[in-house]
Design a protein around this ligand. Structure first.
Ligand code: NAD
Ligand code: ZN
Ligand code: ZN
Length: 354
């Protein structure tokens, strides 16, 4: 096993029991297996999924104790004997899909997020809220050296996921997409990817800070405040030139309501892409309108390795600029508190050195 100087102990944020709190403490540095690498995480984004894991509100159990986190950007410091195509010193990203079997029907078709035996970072295996994190070499994101590790961190889950979701929507340059939950981590990146893909953006979220960010920083063409609007459906339709609604809807919100509303404002022949995962939520659409409008409703789940590489390449080319705030790894609980209150515009990124 090749390696650099690696300490035996490190700082981490650990969930001892579902519901929390997270505990900032020292734990041993793990050793990579033959097909794994050890990544010295420099920066890691905080995704709302990490909060679902802490709260245990999805119908899938986490490992315990658990180190959360799946937007980890850092430097490879050790690798197992079977790893040939990742070098010590390379920059790499730990994604939600930490590993998959690579042999099942889905993995063989590069649909690895659908693998029935996945390893999920910060959920079924320890993730990036620690200074040294293990990931399967085949799955780590390759990060070019000219890309800043703090800014790329949110791309490793949020960026890849919304880029894939936009592709799944089938929306073409010049068409409109509504981004629901636009002011959050996924939503802010979704606006930038959508603009880079030549789409017009209707941002939907709430509050002056998020409205300003969407319209002035992220390039949204219009903003609908779901909490203030008297008729969200009509306002979204009105935001398209012919009043017939957006060609695609990307649902990245953390509440159920918009999942039951999107079918009403999506354009005939349009596509609703469900990405957000609010707890205990159900999709609902009127059968009559869905049929006579010939709409498509589908789910989209992270992305494969190629989607990941493409999303990073968009960023490297300077096309993706989404706001993020950097705080120490020790401050994770504060980030969760803000997330619960819906107060985060964009993304928080943790610096693992403090
Ligand atoms: P976030 O907390 O940063 O953002 C969520 C946003 O939704 C907030 O800005 C909030 O104001 C907004 N919102 C809440 N209710 C709304 C409503 N009724 N209408 C419009 N907006 C509303 O969360 P995030 O990190 O961007 O994650 C969003 C969701 O996506 C989470 O449920 C997360 O688990 C899920 N997720 C899914 C995938 C996937 O592959 N499908 C990947 C990553 C995250
Ligand atoms: Zn995520
Ligand atoms: Zn598989």
């Amino acid at each position: 096993m090749g390696s650099m100087d690696i300490p035996t102990e490190q700082w981490a944020q650990v969930i001892e029991k579902t519901g929390g709190p997270v505990e900032y403490k020292k734990i041993p540095v793990p050793k990579p297996g033959p097909d794994e690498v050890l990544v010295n995480i420099k920066y890691t984004g905080v995704c709302h999924t990490d909060l679902h894991a802490l709260n245990g509100d999805w119908p899938l159990a986490t490992k315990l104790p658990l180190v959360g986190g799946h937007e980890g950007a850092g430097v490879v410091v050790a690798r197992g004997d079977l790893v040939k195509d990742v070098e010590i010193g390379d920059h790499a990203g730990v994604k939600w899909l930490n590993g998959s079997c690579l042999a099942c029907d889905f993995c063989m078709q590069a649909d690895e997020p659908l693998c029935p035996k996945p390893q999920l970072s910060g959920y079924t295996v320890d993730g990036s809220f620690q200074q040294y994190c293990i990931a399967k070499a085949a799955h780590v994101a390759r990060i070019p050296k000219d890309v800043a590790l703090d800014a790329i961190a949110p791309v490793l889950c949020a960026g890849i996921t919304v880029y894939k979701g936009l592709k799944e929507s089938g929306a073409r340059p010049g068409e409109s997409v509504a981004i629901v939950g636009a002011g959050g981590g996924l939503g802010s990146l979704a606006q930038q990817y959508a603009k880079a893909m030549g789409l017009k953006v209707i941002a939907i979220d709430t509050g002056d800070e998020k409205s300003k960010m969407c319209l002035e920083q992220l390039g949204a063409d219009s903003f609908v405040d779901f909490a203030k609007s008297k008729d969200v459906v009509q306002e979204v339709k009105n935001a398209t030139p012919d009043g017939l609604g957006p060609h695609a809807v990307l649902l990245v919100a953390v509440s159920e309501k918009p999942f039951q509303q999107a079918a009403e404002y999506v354009r005939p022949r349009g596509t609703v892409v469900c990405i957000g995962l609010p707890a205990n939520a159900f999709l609902k659409a009127p059968v009559f309108e869905s049929v006579i409008k010939m709409i498509t409703i589908k789910g989209s789940y992270v992305g494969n390795r190629k989607d990941g590489a493409e999303a990073i390449e968009f960023f490297r080319r300077g096309l993706i600029k989404a706001p993020f705030k950097v705080v120490g790894l020790s401050e994770l609980q504060m980030v969760y508190d803000k997330m619960i209150r819906g107060e985060i515009a964009g993304r928080y990124v943790l610096d693992t050195s403090r």
